[in-house]
Design a protein. Structure first.
Lengths: 256, 345
């Protein structure tokens, strides 16, 4: 009975310990600029296309639901407002989270895991170099940067997708859609979404690094680590998303 | 000049499983020691504990007056600069060329200019017989070359202690002999303390000054080579002579029935102790002791035929042999049919 519980506690403890180590290694010089740029480019290259492709139908689905709903309620003039709100507040951070964890995090975990089982990580430590400072910190920062940029991309593509879908497919009025753009949404919505993305990026990279550096038992161990890192990241991201949203509604006054 | 490593009462467990307990030994400064043991007895775990990659449950590892098990992370990184470690597959960084791999510790820890770095890297690459392969990536070369490149990287900061994990795994007997000869020559040259972890009997019988044997979750014996090779202790005798009769079974130790069934059978006589592998230029090493000295001092009669060079290719003969081949096969490749340098993959 106690064994699984202590196992879970130990895992979460080590995860937080790694997060603290990353924080402590953050200001250490020299900063690994080259590794950071390479990793940013790498994570961006594996996430940009899937993100864009996912956000178009995502924006369209929201427009479809809201188009029907607003007509039933007799509030067609608010279609644009609601659609922007939904994409900006929830859809874009969630899509970013899924892609950062699924594409970026799994790639980081696989990379670090295979280095671990090839004993490269051990060799690095023996050579007196901290793998956290050298490998993990640049990856965490790269993942955060790319998450923030991706969030912007999803917002734009999602809103444009919703507009195109509403106006062309559902026969909405372009003027009404655009005019109500800022009826409900406000600037803090965008800031909150970007902060969410920043935190999601950090969580995804830290979990991926934790699982990757803990990989063992040959190539199968790396596969298991990648699998677990994606599942754990998803669970954490949805919980964190809820918490941030709850805090947001308490802190930021709403329009109307 | 080599540093002594004093290990006292070291115990390591993973969860409820004890890997080994109460391991106490001293690796003498500047000497070559071999740690032997059946597969799965935690030899590699022992090696990783010595560098502080794994934390032991109890016990101490004292190097240069500092207890490695109690050091803070930062001080541990400092002490690790004394170490060179050669991992099983070389553990090279896959994204860097061999040159960058070997240069890596220099670029990280010293303020040397690129020209100086290049000079040192070439020197070490030449030492392990890899000159000309600097531009290659680790994925493009054979296992033996990866090991030697890993060795070059381990040597680049002039370590006081060299730990070597299974140098013979995945190598053919010829390459194993070459790499063993390389270790002996290196030891003569840099006088570091060597610890080789292996289960290759031939390496263990001919290379080291000291042998240790890990068996059944404890250190069965540690001492001078001649002491273990002339030992009548059942476990040591069975393992060092690769026999089936004795307490070690296929999976772990044998049960009482199996041992009882063997009790009537006579143990085969101890084979002669082979002469120790010397340096290739015949220069004596600092840790080397004259053949048979330990046996004489302790009143042990070595098995008949010990310390005789007949049969085996001992260093002076090996060089002669290579010279003969070189003249016979001229203008072919010098240094024997399988040159350490001429290896391609």
């Amino acid at each position: 009975m106690a064994a699984p519980l202590t196992g879970v506690l130990r895992q979460s403890g080590s995860l937080f310990a790694l997060a603290l180590d990353v924080l402590r290694a953050l200001p250490r010089r020299p900063f690994q600029v080259k590794e950071f740029i390479q990793q940013s480019w790498f994570i961006a290259s594996v996430t940009i296309l899937p993100t864009a492709l996912v956000s178009i139908p995502f924006g369209a689905v929201i427009a479809l639901q809201l188009g029907t709903l607003t007509r039933q309620l007799g509030a067609q003039s608010y279609t644009g407002a609601a659609s922007v709100l939904a994409v900006l507040r929830e859809a874009s951070p969630i899509v970013t989270a899924l892609l950062i964890a699924g594409a970026g995090g799994s790639a980081i975990c696989a990379d670090l895991g295979s280095r671990k089982i090839r004993e490269e990580i051990d060799a690095m430590e023996v050579l007196g170099i901290s793998p956290i400072h050298r490998l993990v910190v640049p990856r965490v920062l790269a993942s955060m940067l790319v998450a923030v940029l991706l969030n912007g991309l999803v917002s734009v593509v999602g809103v444009v997708g919703g507009y195109v879908f509403n106006v062309i497919v559902q026969g909405g009025t372009p003027g009404a859609y655009i005019a109500s753009f800022t009826a409900l949404a406000q600037l803090p919505d965008l800031w909150t979404a970007e902060i969410k993305a920043l935190i999601f990026g950090a969580i995804a990279a830290i979990v991926a690094a934790y699982k990757g550096l803990g990989a063992g038992g040959g190539p199968k161990g790396v596969g298991d680590a990648v699998n677990q890192s994606v599942v754990i990241t998803f669970m954490l991201l949805f919980v964190v998303n809820f918490v941030i949203t709850a805090v947001y509604f308490q802190v930021v006054p709403q329009k109307i | 000049m080599g540093v002594e490593i004093a290990v006292t009462g070291l115990t390591k467990t993973f969860g409820s499983q004890t890997i080994w307990r109460d391991v106490t030994l001293t690796l003498p400064a500047g000497e070559i020691s071999v740690m032997l043991g059946p597969s799965g007895t935690g030899k590699s775990v022992f090696l990783k504990t010595l560098v502080g990659l794994l934390k032991p449950d109890r016990g101490s590892i004292v190097i240069d007056g500092k207890d490695l098990t109690r050091l803070r992370e930062h001080d541990l990184y400092e002490v690790r600069k004394l170490f060179g470690v050669l991992f099983q597959d070389g553990a090279l960084f896959g994204s860097m060329t061999l040159f960058d791999n070997v240069a890596f510790p220099l670029r990280e820890h010293t303020k040397k200019t690129e020209a100086e770095i290049a000079r040192i890297v070439h020197e070490k690459m030449e030492l392990v017989g890899l000159e000309g392969a600097e531009k290659k990536l680790p994925g493009e070369i054979s296992g033996g070359m990866r090991k030697r490149a890993g060795l070059a990287r381990a040597l680049v900061l002039d370590p006081e202690i060299l730990l070597i994990d299974e140098p013979d795994s995945g190598l053919d007997p010829v390459r194993t002999s070459y790499i063993n000869q390389l270790f002996v020559d290196l030891n003569a040259q840099i006088e570091a303390t060597f610890l080789i972890v292996t289960h290759d009997i031939n390496t263990a019988r001919t290379v080291p000054d000291n042998i240790g044997l890990l068996y059944h979750r404890h250190l069965a014996m540690f001492g001078p080579r001649e002491m273990l090779l002339s030992s009548e202790e059942p476990v040591v005798r069975q393992f060092l002579n690769a026999q089936t009769i004795g307490p070690i079974g296929m999976s772990e130790e044998k049960d009482a029935d199996e041992l009882a069934a063997e009790s009537g059978r006579e143990l085969p006589p101890l084979p002669p102790i082979p002469p120790q592998l010397g340096t290739s230029d015949g220069r004596p090493r600092r840790g080397e002791r004259p053949a048979g000295e330990w046996c004489r001092e302790h009143g042990v009669t070595p098995p008949p035929g010990s310390f005789q060079t007949a049969g085996a290719l001992t260093p002076p003969r090996q060089t002669e042999y290579a010279a003969e081949l070189a003249t016979a096969a001229a203008p072919g490749p010098a240094g024997g049919p399988v040159g350490a340098v001429g290896e391609v993959d």
